[in-house]
Design a protein around this ligand. Sequence first.
Ligand code: GDP
Ligand code: K
Ligand code: MG
Length: 292
Amino acid sequence: MHKAGFVNIIGNPNVGKSTLMNAFVGEKLSIITSKAQTTRHRILGIVNGDDFQVILSDTPGIIKPAYELQASMMDFVKSAFDDADVLIYMVEIGEQELKDEAFFKKITNSKIPVLLLLNKIDKSDQQQLEKQVQLWSEKVPNAEIYPISALEGFNVKEVFGRIIELLPESPAFYPKDQLTDRPERFFVNETIREKILMHYKKEIPYAVEIDTEEFFEEETIIRMRSVIMVERETQKGIIIGHKGAALKRVGIEARKDLELFFGKQVHLELYVKVNKNWRSDQKQLKRFGYNQ
Ligand code: GDP
Ligand code: K
Ligand code: MG
């Protein structure tokens, strides 16, 4: 018997959704930082076995949209309710509940199985843990609750085993050697964006979009050229930094990660361009893959 299906991960920003997906897949498909809105898209991570295929989707954290980019990020979340066989609702120790009531109702009224993962228990003590399990079992009575640590891998295998049990009998949806639905260039963009999230403060990372214009794979090296788009001229100066040092650091760190990801030597060329108000422009958002 072969099982296959869709498992969608939703929750507030920063609870550890992307960390969990990467732990399941065993590859760094989703970028992770301590900042909210690190994940902007819905990203599939596929775990293949002889008799199963689990198709996970990582989604942006649930927020109240303030501009068009965020609105389309929330559309990715909405779509995650529609096609799931299993819903993973992730919360972290100490957190109260989902800020968006409509989403919360969708979870508590869900007809499909809900696994409520109480994450980051490495940061809690036994007493707090027990209290939280009690609290969540009252708030979401239809869920099965699993305390986990996505970062340390605690209980992750057990949750995966439960997912397999819950999946319907079905042939695979994707080729068995496929890890994700995203093209290579997407991971280049995301790796660069992760470094920008890590190294620049305030609004800079949120004003940035990356577009990898060239991706040439040769026998021993992959050559890439990517543009870092910002909304204003001042942001361009900040990204580049004094004598180009800041941009250089982004380039070096991104290249190292990409060499690991692709298992090949990488040549990465970066440049910065001003693209006014791309975050509020429907047409541009579509071009960058934010409209489904
Ligand atoms: P997302 O926004 O829900 O996708 O969360 P991320 O996966 O990007 O993680 C947000 C932050 O929480 C990062 O700094 C992670 O390293 C951290 N984190 C994720 N899982 C755990 C965990 O199990 N324990 C601890 N202590 N930190 C975690
Ligand atoms: K995050
Ligand atoms: Mg994320």
